[in-house]
Design a protein around this ligand. Structure first.
Ligand SMILES: [Zn+2]
Length: 621
């Protein structure tokens, strides 16, 4: 049978007609662009918030520093003035307080003022003759210096002298300076001169006023900071505890994962409760899963915000060359060991913050990750009735205040399992979607009955989409690679190849490329060479070094499972009839994210730009 590429119209059927933007391949590149811009926006917002927070603190800090500096400057100025006055009286040249205020004077002037030609202080015991001689000498020096300064355009010191009353117009002869000098000498050894006293008193009053103003300003600042912190605390407290009339609720969030619920399933007219949630809440047109678009990596990506290459659960099954062990999700006794699970899932974060969590069957919740257990944990049971899930969730909400979990995460496998079994376009899965929607409706009615609609946050997500398979879209693995050279084939429907001998990698790669050349529906990548960057699927030794990635709807099949040529000749039905795991940006792999509640203060029916599972904005904790 000839190979036919899968078109999205084949797989999407009527869905594509309803909403071409969800499944049309023509939007493919544009979607990729929007994802990238979404990442940028998130990052920018974070930076903006960080900047805003920092600048507020910095502004407050700056104000304090400025006030302290002003105070210090004033003290220094006052001290220098007094010092200067003393020095003038003690035969020292005028120091340079103005430099502190205006910083206009040059270093040359500074060094000049500190010239070693300065005379030491005179003692009152000096003989009058000696005193007079010294004063004359000093006046002469000072006059010369001030005149020299003025000639060099450095009239700042003269101006300062004038404003301070030390030297009046025409007093550059030093007369007033002499009076000051005398006063100072007298003050040291005899008595205070009245006008000097008054001057100090005026200064004292002035500085007292400045200090008082600084103190008042500082007190106002402290009060404002205190008030702001009180308001923040009280608003935080208001969020923390809300009464529904019968009990007190802290911030509470329910996260429901509808495994395999493809984004366009919402448009089939089968899920009125989910459609109402879209109208009431906030959602993107779709959420992109991470690569590979399979259940365990993606649920753990939703839980941690990390790419699979970072959290380490790189597939539903994979080989770890360091541990020399295989991870297989279907063997919980083995896969639910913390050694497989990196990163920190939201239930661990919440528990560490002192919150109680209830995790109902979420992949990974049984793995004792980081040694922290959810307060309530329900092991996986694929046969559990949907009504039981509703009772369980509402039961958590009905717990006593001290026992009630604030994070409730529940896993719903039905759409995925029937999608695999019957295909995403089957009558059966439509029935399953309706059942799941009714389950959600029961839960929402339970919230309404408890007056919790505006109190409890709801997040409904899925982990990936689903593509229809067909016997005409199969490739026999043995036709592509010599499986005898492969130690561990990982993944499905995409295949990771780990050679027996690592040195054979290039030869095996060349062989695979040669054998798949005629088939445009298979992509072949070396993990460390040309794996597309957008997959974020290379930075982990658990990722096999060579990958064959089929296009959506295609599958690699081992001969022991099915002889492809024989099956195609007979027209045998290939099962599963639905598969996922493909390029996470393919329209058929799109997932959902819908949120409502006080943690999402958006206008009803708000639309977000599509984003990836790993970019969820921590609404859960
Ligand atoms: Zn899944």
């Amino acid at each position: 049978m000839p190979l036919h590429p899968l078109t999205t119209n084949n797989a999407g059927m009527g869905v594509a007609r309803r909403d071409s933007s969800l499944l049309s391949p023509s939007d493919y590149d544009a979607d990729a662009m929007s994802i990238r811009s979404d990442q940028d926006t998130d990052s920018d917002d974070d930076e903006r918030q960080l900047r805003a927070r920092n600048s507020r603190e910095l502004r407050a800090h700056d104000r304090l520093v400025l006030m302290e500096e002003e105070e210090l400057d004033e003290l220094v100025t006052q001290s220098r003035r007094r010092q200067g006055s003393q020095r003038r009286g003690s035969n020292l040249p005028i120091p340079n307080p103005l430099r502190l205020l205006t910083r206009r004077l040059s270093d040359a002037s500074l060094s000049r003022s500190r010239s070693p030609s300065v005379q030491p202080a005179e003692s009152v015991e000096d003989l009058g003759r000696e005193k007079r001689r010294t004063r004359r000498q000093r006046r002469s020096m000072k006059r010369d210096r001030l005149l020299a300064d003025a000639q060099h355009g450095e009239d700042g010191e003269l101006m300062y002298e004038m404003e301070e009353g030390g030297m009046k117009d025409g007093s550059s002869t030093g007369d007033s300076s002499e009076r000051d000098d005398s006063d100072e000498v007298d003050r040291k050894h005899l008595m205070h001169v009245t006008d000097a006293k008054m001057k100090r008193k005026r200064n004292c009053r002035r500085w007292s006023l400045v200090y008082a103003m600084i103190a008042v300003a500082f007190a106002i600042l402290v009060l404002v900071a205190w008030k702001l912190s009180i308001e923040r605390r009280s608003s935080h407290g208001a969020q923390k505890l809300v009464s529904n009339g019968t009990a007190i609720f802290g911030p509470t969030t329910i996260i429901i994962s509808l495994d395999g619920f493809r984004a366009d399933f919402l448009n089939r007219g089968l899920t009125p409760r989910l459609s109402a949630l879209v109208k009431e809440g906030v959602s993107p047109l779709y959420m992109l899963p991470s690569f590979p678009s399979v259940t365990f990596p993606n649920h753990y990506t939703i839980a941690t915000g990390l790419y699979p290459e970072s959290h380490g659960v790189v597939g539903n099954s994979f080989w770890d060359p360091a541990l020399q062990e295989e991870f297989t999700y279907a063997q919980p006794e083995h896969s639910m060991d913390p050694k497989w699970w990196g990163g920190e899932p939201f239930w661990v974060t919440a528990q560490r913050q002192g919150l109680k969590t209830a995790i109902h069957m979420w992949p990974g919740s049984e793995a004792h990750i980081l040694g922290v257990e959810p307060t309530y944990m329900d092991k996986y049971d694929g046969k559990e009735f949907l009504t039981t899930k509703v009772d369980r969730i509402l039961g958590f909400l009905d717990m006593a205040d001290e026992d009630r979990p604030q994070i409730i995460a529940a896993y719903v496998p039905n759409v995925d399992s029937d999608g695999h079994k019957y295909g995403p376009n089957s009558t059966e899965i439509q029935f399953t979607m309706q059942k799941v929607d009714k389950m959600l409706d029961s839960m929402f009615k339970g919230l309404e009955a408890r007056n919790l609609t505006g109190i409890v946050n709801i997040v409904v997500v899925s982990d990936h989409g689903m593509a229809t398979t067909d016997v005409s879209r199969l490739v026999q693995l043995e036709d592509v690679v010599d499986v005898g050279k492969i130690a561990h084939p990982d993944g499905w429907p995409l295949v990771g190849l780990r050679p027996n001998n690592p040195d054979d990698l290039q030869d095996i790669y060349n062989e695979v490329v040669r054998n798949t050349k005629g088939n445009p529906n298979l992509e072949v990548y070396l993990r460390d060479v040309d794996m597309p960057e957008r997959y974020h699927f290379s930075n982990n030794e658990r990722i096999a070094p060579l990958w064959i990635v089929p296009k959506a709807g295609w599958a690699m099949v081992k001969r022991e499972e099915m002889d492809v040529k024989e099956a195609q000749a007979k027209g045998t039905v290939y099962r599963p009839r639905g598969l996922h795991g493909y390029d996470h940006e393919h329209p058929l792999m799109r997932a959902i994210f819908i949120a409502r509640g006080p943690a999402f203060p958006h206008q009803p029916n708000s639309k977000l730009e599509p984003f990836r599972t790993c970019h969820r904005s921590a609404p859960f904790v």
